[in-house]
Design a protein around this ligand. Structure first.
Ligand code: F0G
Length: 360
């Protein structure tokens, strides 16, 4: 590998695109933080893969770098997606870098502010759709079929090729070793499929001797994959009106459900739901105990870990990697609501001393 730069392109031998066309913002190579405090409280060896440290603040950048590279290879002039926010933010930035027109469909009123700001700021044509993500995805897919745009949702296999690098990096971060388990939030179900692909490629290449149990977490109000898992089924019953505070994973009809269920079953993994309150508690826990700021959807992984440890699905001492998928500042409204507001003071030392002494 070319290890001079710590980006996903150090794995370029595993990426099925033309090296000369690479569109990159140095995505990948994200922090891998051992979380001793939460780990010890839960009785596991816990690591967190901090995907919010990617260029636009989510793991989507990995897939978008490879996807937009493929778009350049194909010579298209317009790219597009439907999105709960992060995909659109990433697409807008990579399209700007590549000089492509970008069109994004967002479910009206359900996209966190930071993500909307990014999509608009990087110059995407932002269409606010009267409907949820699943409906917007159906609409934009039709536009893609009619060749109005090159679709860069995770139904595009090149997105998954980029995101499989999370699996590669976890193995490398641990020193060429598989963890016992990888836990992550599941929405449209691309990422769990991608990480499993990466793990499987490294396993088949003989780089690792074991594979992790892939463990997907969904919000109670948007859990078609967990429902299928509980019935040991390969089919999902789509949820017509998905609801959760974690707007990134407010998805009822995930396109990659077959791949995701295969990943879970093949790895002897698990799927579980968490409530919105559990998500918000986990978000605060990671922020206040470990100093890692993540958006609500990402906290589903930590909430799921806690729940599965308490129910005994996760054994004591397991080596666990939680993938935290997006940055805290993606959703500033939720961050502010979860926090103590600033105290108004005069810039006066004696008044400040009083407040600090009272607060302590
Ligand atoms: N976490 C975050 C922060 C996300 O933005 C998403 C998906 C997921 C987890 C779930 O990943 O869909 O591959 O299962 N966001 C998409 C979007 C749907 O439009 O930004 P998945």
């Amino acid at each position: 590998f070319d290890c001079r730069r710590n980006t996903l392109w150090k794995y370029k031998e595993f990426m099925p695109v033309d090296e000369k066309k690479i569109v990159s913002l140095d995505e990948g190579g994200t922090p891998f933080c051992k979380c001793n405090k939460i780990g010890e409280d839960l009785g596991v060896d816990l690591y967190v893969k901090v995907e919010g440290s990617n260029p636009t603040g989510s793991f989507k950048d990995r897939g978008m770098s490879v996807g937009v590279t493929k778009a350049m290879e194909l010579g298209v002039d317009t790219v597009g997606c439907a999105s709960t926010g992060n995909t659109s933010a990433s697409l807008a930035a990579y399209a700007a870098r590549a000089g492509l027109r970008s069109i994004v469909l967002l479910p009206e009123g359900k996209v966190a502010l930071g993500k909307l700001a990014q999509a608009m700021f990087h110059g995407a044509e932002v269409l606010s759709v009267d409907g949820n993500f699943d409906e917007a995805l159906k609409t934009v897919s039709q536009l893609a079929l009619e060749k109005y745009l090159y679709l860069l949702n995770s139904i595009n296999p090149y997105r998954l090729e980029g995101q499989k690098s999370i699996g590669f990096e976890i193995v490398n971060d641990l020193g060429w070793e598989s963890p016992d388990r990888i836990i992550l939030p599941v929405g449209n179900a691309g990422n769990i499929s991608a990480i499993w692909k990466g793990i499987s490629e490294f396993y088949n290449a003989g780089y690792i001797e074991d594979k992790p149990m892939m463990t997907g977490i969904q919000a109670v109000g948007a859990a078609p994959i967990v429902n299928a898992f509980n019935k040991k089924s390969m089919k999902i019953d789509p949820i017509t009106n998905p609801e959760t505070i974690a707007t990134a994973i407010r998805i009822g009809d995930p396109v990659s459900y077959t791949k995701a269920l295969n990943a879970i079953y093949d790895s002897e993994g698990y799927a579980e739901t968490v409530t919105d309150d559990e998500i918000l508690d986990a978000q605060k826990l990671l922020g206040r105990k470990e100093g890692i700021g993540i958006e609500p959807a990402s906290a589903a992984s930590i909430a799921g870990l806690k729940k599965l440890r308490e129910s005994g699905v996760i054994d004591k001492g397991e080596k666990i990697v939680c993938v935290v998928t997006g940055h805290l500042l993606k959703d500033p409204d939720t961050a502010i609501k979860a926090s103590t507001p600033p105290i108004k003071v005069k810039s006066d030392v004696s008044e400040l001393k009083k407040i600090l002494e009272n607060n302590n």
